[in-house]
Design a protein around this ligand. Sequence first.
Ligand SMILES: Nc1ncnc2c1ncn2[C@@H]1O[C@H](COP(=O)(O)OP(=O)(O)OP(=O)(O)O)[C@@H](O)[C@H]1O
Ligand SMILES: [Mg+2]
Length: 263
Amino acid sequence: MSLVEVRDIFQSYGQRPILERVNLSVAEGEFVSIVGASGCGKSTFLRLLLDQERPTRGEITVDGEPLKGEPDRTRGIVFQRYSVFPHLTVRDNIVAAEALSRPLGRLFGGVKRAACARAEAALERIGLAHVAQQYPSALSGGMQQRLAIAQALAAKPRILLLDEPFGALDPGTREQMHRFLLDLRAETKMTVFMVTHDLPEAFKLGDRVVVFDKTRWDPHDPAAYGATITYDFDARNGGIPYQLNEDQDGLPDPAPHPVAEAG
Ligand SMILES: Nc1ncnc2c1ncn2[C@@H]1O[C@H](COP(=O)(O)OP(=O)(O)OP(=O)(O)O)[C@@H](O)[C@H]1O
Ligand SMILES: [Mg+2]
């Protein structure tokens, strides 16, 4: 049973097609890395999954329910650019994110104290405990991005959308964030879609790596066609492309394993 079903999605802006015939089926708990050339529509695809935008054609369902046309708390997102609240301290940024995930949008008394304790634990975990009382403007870009991730997680989303979340981080911090994300996944059943331009990162973190690209190209009008999913790699099985028409019996593919064969 899949959690997210993307069926024959097309997205155009004005006359310009961006995505065409996108189909994807993702099980609960899967980590899907998304790669593709700049401008091919990866962030657009995340916005469709977030339900921030409606597709021109096609349908996305979560748990069998079509998206309603407005983002809700089951999906959290970390954008390409930092998206923290500048007027709140680092700790209150996380508390506020958790509060926003509640029906009243506010926390009181013991509930608030518990949320503060959770926020402090989250900051400890991502190495920001020492700046808990500072404002985001005092943080480096990498620290702000770590805060944005902790913020998205505070609402305990069922689906986490990450748009090049580690692009601005130095290699050491990036490695630390990878471990953080892998630990977190081991603990929760969170389903993750992550856009990245870094292929090793895509294969390291993802269960699958899907590639967006154009299958049709008009040299006189490069914007004439949109992109679609051209490859869907099983990153847990040596990078073998998924069968386009998967067997329905759930049994392993009888075809020889190309990597094993080569070895
Ligand atoms: N709201 C919008 N209105 C019109 N055009 C848009 C809109 N959003 C995106 N586009 C265009 O759609 C195309 C795809 O944009 P998108 O941001 O999804 O690409 P991307 O794959 O995320 O690129 P990058 O890797 O550079 O982040 C771009 O040409 C962009 O200019
Ligand atoms: Mg983008």
